[in-house]
Design a protein around this ligand. Structure first.
Ligand SMILES: C[S@@+](CC[C@H](N)C(=O)[O-])C[C@H]1O[C@@H](n2cnc3c(N)ncnc32)[C@H](O)[C@@H]1O
Length: 269
């Protein structure tokens, strides 16, 4: 799976988020939670949908059962390779007629104002230097009375939960690890590469931009990982972790991590 998608682009670098588009991404949500969201947010009313920063299409595709059967979706991403992969995936899923993908920048969306009934993104705002610019663009292309739907994380909160599983480690070591992650997160933001825990801020930004009917929900997804790891979901997670461990990869590659850490005020030594 990873071998299939981890090509490098013209600059010799892997396309954005290449390490995160494996099989485990299919298990990010509980289906019944999405169904509930679909009905709460009246997703079936949308006939035209924009998925911003679509990657290889997971988000729009995972929401498909909750969209109207005749809804048309456009996905945009700034990576050509992802556009191709997203189109291939949509065809494989029988969505090729209704879902199309094209190059596009979230901060300069290549559509006219008032085009879409629903504008959505997942883990895109965490990568924007100025997320408000992206949000304004998404609101610009939204039809009056349309809806926006953002699925954005607080990744630091997730790390504090993970640290609970290291309870045999000395407290100082756990705190050091969290401190390290905070420095890295702040460094990434300082370099203009986005804030990885932006989720909590999005409702406030929307309020400042004049939206009034704002609702916030927390995904009820937990990631179960316990022996003998037999479910497809657990196998996908275990395979990802094994691959990362084998390559000494920790969510970022070493150079990236070092640049974020030092930009966040971490010392070289
Ligand atoms: C973490 S991935 C999320 C992909 C997809 N939304 C999903 O959840 O599967 C972030 C995606 O945003 C894209 N991206 C980052 N900055 C962008 C920008 N300014 N305009 C368009 N796409 C962008 C990246 O290329 C990458 O595919």
């Amino acid at each position: 799976m990873f071998g299939e998608i981890m090509n490098t682009n013209e600059s010799g670098k892997k396309p954005h988020s290449a390490e995160y588009f494996g099989e485990e991404r299919d298990y990010w949500w509980n289906q019944d939670f999405l169904e509930l969201m679909g009905s709460r947010l009246c997703l079936k009313e949308a006939k035209s949908i924009l998925d911003v920063g679509c990657g290889i299409g997971h988000w729009g595709q995972v929401l498909t059962p909750y969209f109207a059967k005749d809804a048309q979706l456009v996905g945009i991403d700034r990576e050509q390779e992802w556009i191709e992969k997203a189109s291939e995936r949509a065809s494989r899923l029988g969505l090729g007629e209704r879902y199309r993908y094209q190059l596009g920048d979230a901060t300069k969306i290549p559509f006219e104002a008032d085009t879409f009934d629903l504008v959505t993104c997942q883990t895109l705002l965490i990568h924007l230097k100025d997320p408000v610019v992206g949000l304004k663009e998404m609101l610009r292309v939204l039809k009056p009375g349309g809806r926006v739907l953002f699925a954005e994380p607080n990744n630091f909160a997730r790390l504090t939960v993970a640290s609970n599983l290291s309870k045999e480690l000395p407290v100082d070591q756990v705190v050091e690890r969290l401190k390290f992650d905070l420095i890295v997160q702040r460094g990434k933001e300082a370099l203009g590469l986005g804030f990885n825990s932006i989720g909590d801020f999005v409702p406030g930004y929307l309020n400042e931009l004049g939206l009034r009917d704002i609702a916030v929900y927390l995904s009820d997804k937990a990631v179960p990982l316990f022996p003998p790891y037999v479910s497809k979901e657990q196998q996908a997670s275990v395979n990802l972790l094994k691959d990362w461990v084998a390559r000494g990869f920790v969510g970022w590659d070493r150079d990236e991590l070092f640049s974020y850490f030092t930009a966040g005020g971490g010392r070289r030594e």
